[in-house]
Design a protein around this ligand. Structure first.
Ligand SMILES: [Zn+2]
Length: 305
């Protein structure tokens, strides 16, 4: 299912008048925009803003600004978008001035595009008016998202102390990051200094796919397990991006269907509550303060130290 059509050129009237990327409304409980959602947003923005010049900046609610409105306008108006980037859960518009506009989507952030005032998506906080008439909306019902300016992506990364993006993380970097760490593997993978973009459900899925218990000490993982973990990061993120973060469409071999907020692939059956490999009941436990789902059979309990 493609939820936004990028086929019609936005330079013509055939472009849908008001469209938005609506991942979280499809789940029973709204989920935070994680790396896969943000990558979907980036691709959307890339289609609509690349090589476009910003004619005006409309601020409907300054709450989401981490920059003075006057400075934002001064830096954006007249600038052309020369590229888009993503690092973890942050999306960037690269500007012809050399600076970047950094978008973080908080709990409920979304993006959209429209042409006329009467089509402005609900909860639009900031709109970029492009020279060709299209407007790009930063939508955020709960207003935890933030819009910033940065000198460049590298400067932003070091200021926010972010590790390499989870999709770019190499097996060697992962091995180095885990070596000698007594921390539990789950909270360590959530630490954005190790790698940027792994959120709660993603880490559970990665550990499940790699058959590693979430309470293992990081340093106790064998070289083989680290290799499996790295492959699982790639598998989970690439699957999620391919499905545009529509969880219901993930393969039945994924743990995610056992989470309460997922809509079961088959509502008539409770099969999703059991491990697809060994049919054991998936358990829920708090690890490092976060709700954690795992299988006690294929993710064996760590040995007592
Ligand atoms: Zn299992």
């Amino acid at each position: 299912m493609v939820r936004f059509s990028l086929q019609a050129s936005h330079k013509t009237d055939r472009f849908p008048v008001a469209l938005r990327v609506t991942h979280y409304r499809t789940a029973f409980v709204p989920t935070m925009p994680e790396l896969p959602e943000v990558e979907t947003y980036r691709r959307f923005l890339h289609e609509v803003v690349l090589h476009q010049t910003i004619a005006a900046v409309e601020i409907l609610d300054a709450h989401v600004l981490a920059v003075e409105p006057d400075i934002l306008r001064r830096e954006l108006v007249g600038a052309t978008v020369t590229g888009t980037r993503r690092l973890g859960k942050n999306c960037f518009l690269e500007l012809s001035t050399g600076k970047v506009l950094a978008l973080h989507f908080g709990m409920t952030g979304d993006v959209g595009a429209y042409r006329h005032d009467y089509d402005v998506p609900r909860f639009t906080r900031v709109a970029l008016h492009l020279q060709d008439g299209l407007r790009v909306a930063f939508i955020d019902p709960r207003k935890f998202g933030r819009i910033r300016l940065a000198d460049n992506v590298t400067a932003f990364q070091s200021e926010k102390k972010l590790g390499p993006d989870a999709l770019d993380l190499t097996a060697a970097e992962l091995a180095t990051g885990l070596a000698k760490k007594k921390t539990l593997i789950k909270p360590l993978l959530l630490d954005q200094r190790l790698t940027a973009g792994l959120g709660n459900w993603i880490v559970d899925e990665v550990l499940f796919q790699a058959a590693v218990h979430p309470e293992r000490r990081a340093a106790s993982l064998s070289a083989d397990e680290v290799t499996r973990l790295h492959a699982a990061v790639q598998l989970v993120l690439r699957t999620a991006i391919e499905q545009e973060a529509t969880y219901r469409q993930f393969p039945a071999t994924f743990l995610i269907h056992a989470r309460e907020w997922d809509t079961a692939p088959d509502p008539q059956s409770d099969a999703h509550r059991f491990c697809p490999r060994d049919k054991a009941l998936i358990v829920k436990k708090y690890v490092g303060g976060r709700a954690t789902y795992f299988c006690t059979v294929c993710q064996p309990q760590p040995q007592p130290e």
